[in-house]
Write a protein that binds this ligand. Structure first.
Ligand code: ACO
Length: 311
């Protein structure tokens, strides 16, 4: 009965092994995973917009080719993640429907504008850097299809982070105004990147449950601290500043002390009131409608093939 199944499930989690799609799992575990994986998939797809904004304006053909590849990678990440969510018994159509009707979320970070070319660098360095810190531990998440998708995603995210860092490094070695542009982008992206990790642990509704189930491996604050510690040294190599006067090494804790992001602002952005929420959703809706003919053609082709008499 269910007790025996629950016991088996608990033992698999305890032993750090994987739950696979056909295994029994508690309904709440399934729902929690769908929520997190779908939110992650939607973030990848919406996340194409702020950088897609710069493809036609990249400063050289080489920069353009790199950025194009990066934005295409994000579409690919969305696809692996939707496919992982589908193994939990929900369709792509339902998932996309929940993004479009606002029942499911996407990351707050993609509701900020990319105002200059340096923002493409800052997004790569800080936003993709934060994504890596958050996602590397998810390669060890208890749900097999999600964990396996994360391995490839993290490899590609590492390339994304390097390309962003290299853009900022180049600007930082450039003219005074290029260096100022890089600094300005870091100033604007720093706190929103810290907020990406979610509310503080004390206000995180899902952390305890998700960590017990190994859907999440570390807490929001734990990962945020890891990210801060990583960025300090990288900023000094760039010769640029992180915009936090309180940032200093705390020998007792073995970590940098830092100023928390504005969590009220995070909640406002999550609720739909960030600078670009409306624009992002409008764009996604329009792209979905304009892509209807592709979905119809693919379905018609699949039906035709299925009806064909085998030779
Ligand atoms: N943006 C939008 N919503 C957020 C954010 C954020 N940065 N952080 C937390 N939330 C939401 C949660 O979804 C939750 O709302 P819900 O119950 O309606 O789903 C609520 O705020 C409370 O937060 P938590 O209980 O802490 O949520 P959770 O345990 O899911 O932790 C986190 C949030 C860390 C983002 C987690 O879901 C996660 O690790 N997800 C996988 C990685 C991911 O989605 N990354 C997306 C951006 S990275 C990229 O695409 C480049």
């Amino acid at each position: 009965g269910d007790n025996r199944l629950q016991g088996y499930f608990d033992a698999v989690i305890e032993a750090d092994q994987k739950i696979e799609p056909r295994d029994w799992m508690p309904e709440e575990y399934r729902r929690g995973l769908i929520r997190q994986i779908a939110q992650h998939a939607h973030s990848e797809i919406i996340g194409m917009q702020p950088e897609g904004n710069w493809i036609s304006r990249a400063p050289s053909l080489k920069r353009k080719a790199i950025l194009l590849a990066k934005v295409q990678d994000e579409a690919g990440h969305g696809l692996y993640l939707y496919a992982a969510a589908e193994t939990l018994g929900i369709s792509r159509e339902e998932l996309v429907g929940m993004l479009l009707n606002g029942r499911q979320k996407y990351s707050s970070i993609f509701n900020y504008p990319t105002l200059t070319w340096a923002d493409v660098g800052a997004v790569g360095w800080l936003v993709d850097g934060a994504a890596i810190v958050n996602q590397v531990p998810l390669c060890r998440c208890s749900y097999g299809p999600y964990a396996r998708a994360m391995i490839r995603i993290c490899k590609e995210e590492s390339f994304h982070q390097r390309q962003g860092y290299e853009i900022l490094y180049t600007l930082a070695q450039g003219t005074d105004s290029q260096k100022a542009m890089a600094q300005d982008a870091i100033n604007r992206w720093w706190y929103p990147s810290l907020a990406m990790f979610g509310p503080p642990d004390s206000d995180s509704t899902h952390s305890e449950r998700s960590m017990a189930w190994k859907i999440k491996r570390f807490s929001n604050d734990g990962l945020r601290q890891r990210f801060v510690d990583m960025c300090v040294q990288q900023a000094s190599v760039l010769g640029l500043e992180l915009p936090d006067p309180e940032l200093r090494w705390n020998a007792e804790r073995g970590h940098y002390d830092y100023t928390e992001p504005d969590y009220d602002e995070l909640m406002q952005v999550i609720k739909g009131n960030g600078p670009c929420n409306r624009q992002r959703m409008e764009h996604r809706r329009r792209a979905h409608e304009e892509g209807a003919w592709v979905r119809e053609a693919a379905a018609a082709y699949a039906a035709k093939r299925a009806a064909r008499v085998p030779e």
